[in-house]
Design a protein around this ligand. Sequence first.
Ligand code: XBP
Ligand code: MG
Length: 257
Amino acid sequence: MLAALIWDVDGTLAETERDGHRVAFNESFESFGLPWRWDVARYTELLRITGGRERLLHDLAMQPAAPTDTDERARLAAALHTEKNRRYAQIARRGAIPLRPGVLRLMREATTAGVRLAIASTTSRSNLEALFELQFGAGWREHFATVVCGEDAPLRKPDPQVYRRCLEGLDLDPEDTLAIEDSPNGLAAATAAGVPVLVTRSLAFASHPFDGALAVCDDLDHPAAPSPRLCGTSPARVDLAQLREWHAAWWRQRAAA
Ligand code: XBP
Ligand code: MG
């Protein structure tokens, strides 16, 4: 039975990558006097690497102006990442990163129905706090049964660690939960932990096929296409009743296989 919705943050709750992290990285490069900037196309490629510091290290290895010494590069990446997170928090706090359509509605539906909310994100806790304080208010923490961030799960998605820790926090089996994700790495991480996934495509992954998802939508206020293995049509928007139906059918099918 569906007992919890596990939400990813970046790309799923809001377009934090394009409008938040990318902008904050570019501001940080500028403030450090570094000559390069990430445009949307380059940042979209870099999103294959999960984790801001890891993404930065990957790119620094290809930047001619970056230090050639590995330790020096790691120190630069750490300093840039700290500055990026400081600037990201400022961007989030001034409301420049709104929630995606349908997020608040589905969260409220779930809470009213006694389905718990949880977070499984690879982002730094400070980023999450800045975004959540503005979007959900000062008492945001009480709305979520468990919140797992980058600091709690150092192995980045597609590794399932963040989902496993989240399931431990919820004290639930994967069968009782459903993940909401926007990216191929997120889908892979949840799937590897045994959690079925609704994909709400973010801009960076707008044309990705997302095979293996329970259902895929462009946002929660639009219809979702269920997995070809689940029969049925989709309502005009993603609601809890529909998710419950698909979730039950998903596990019925596996039990019968
Ligand atoms: C999110 C990430 C994060 C953010 C930036 O992935 O990869 O790294 O880009 O946050 P997901 P940090 O949505 O799959 O969890 O800079 O704090 O890592
Ligand atoms: Mg994401």
